[in-house]
Design a protein around this ligand. Structure first.
Ligand SMILES: [Zn+2]
Length: 359
């Protein structure tokens, strides 16, 4: 066993002797036994290779690493090839590796070179290729099921590690507008509280951009206050917005961050019709109208009719005629509310009328 330099890297011979006890020769038993010995083989395998590369590095006059203190990359001496153990999570499982330590001959600084040789960041236990895979599995199902799934493939990872991997992966994801996409986007808040968030009054805001090949892509994602700023949603995309000669943005959110792009961006304020009867319940309550009472039903059923969309109508003239009739019906509801003294409802609908049924 040992490392020999070859044309492209080094060659390492690896031999191992394993003792396995099996009750029978079924494939299931053999695979079970393999899963048991895997950590041991894997650890020895990685350990030997790291030591091999460590020795090869130390044999070079100029090392592939340098002293953290003085920057020297030439003169080092070995302290140990089998030092203090460190834990690293591979895609198979947690492994304990004995660290390689060298000492700088120039300043006397002692340092571990295991992670440097493995191409890992200092102090980090979970490399990106591991947490990204776990993060993907963990984001698609519950952590309990994710643990079950990974264990089926021989991983032994606890739920906490999967949860952390999802967080880490998510933190790396950065959404923004794609300059190759269409100059058309929509942004909306869910208007519904988020599960798992202690603070109330927060909603999920989503900004989507239409793709040239059809469909949409997420260009922004933010958790913010119901009536809060939308800066975070659009902020990362301001530079890309600039690259478009014009852009149509449909939203009822705050777009003040895009004010410098006026002329380039046309913002179309569109309140989803679904919101109107939904929010009307609240203003009717403010006006003291008894829920599900005769008066309440009259106003609500009328609003439902006004806001209902007929999906099969594709004739422009018919649509215009329908909007005209809807506008008249809405005006009648507003008049009715005013005559009854439902001031909150009347002014709410007046406002909605301006936004939604504008030509
Ligand atoms: Zn040094």
């Amino acid at each position: 066993m040992g490392a020999t330099p070859c044309t492209d890297g080094i060659t390492i011979e690896f031999g191992c002797q394993i003792r396995v006890e099996l009750k029978d020769g079924s494939l299931e038993s053999i695979l079970k036994a393999f899963c048991k010995i895997l950590p041991e083989i894997l650890r020895d395998f990685i350990q030997k290779i790291v030591v091999g590369f460590g020795e090869s590095a130390m044999a070079q006059s100029r090392k592939p690493f340098c002293c953290d203190e003085c920057g020297n990359d030439k003169e080092f001496i070995w302290k140990t090839r089998h030092g203090k153990e460190t834990k690293i999570l591979t895609v198979f499982q947690w492994l304990r590796l004995e660290q390689l330590q060298v000492q700088c001959k120039r300043c006397g600084h002692k340092m571990y070179i295991t992670r440097k040789l493995l191409g890992m960041e200092r102090m980090k236990r979970i490399p990106p290729e591991t947490y990204r895979k776990l993060g993907l599995v963990g984001s698609l199902t519950t952590y309990r099921v994710a643990k079950k799934i990974v264990s089926m493939f021989g991983w032994t990872v606890d739920k906490m590690t999967i949860w952390k991997s999802v967080q880490k992966t998510a933190a790396e994801i950065d959404f923004q507008l794609d300059e190759k996409g269409l100059p058309l986007g929509e942004a909306d808040g869910t208007g519904v509280g988020i599960k798992g968030i202690a603070k109330r009054g927060k909603e999920l805001k989503v900004f989507v951009q239409y793709k040239s090949g059809g469909g949409v892509r997420v260009a922004g994602l933010d958790i913010g206050d119901y009536n809060g700023s939308w800066d975070k949603l659009f902020g990362k995309s301001v530079k890309v917005f600039r690259k478009f000669s014009r852009f149509l943005l449909i939203t009822d959110g705050d777009t003040s961050i895009l004010d410098s792009l006026k002329g380039k961006i046309k913002v179309l304020v569109q309140r989803c019709l679904w919101h109107i009867p939904y929010q009307a319940k609240y203003v009717l309550w403010q006006d003291g109208v008894k829920s599900k009472g005769k008066e309440w039903l009259e106003v609500m059923s009328e609003l439902m009719e006004v806001c209902a969309i007929r999906p099969l109508v594709d004739c422009q003239k018919t649509i215009e005629k329908m909007i005209e009739s809807k506008r008249k019906r809405l005006d009648a509801v507003i008049q009715h509310c005013l005559s009854k003294g439902y001031t909150h409802t009347a002014s709410y609908l007046e406002n909605a009328r301006l936004i939604c049924l504008r030509r």
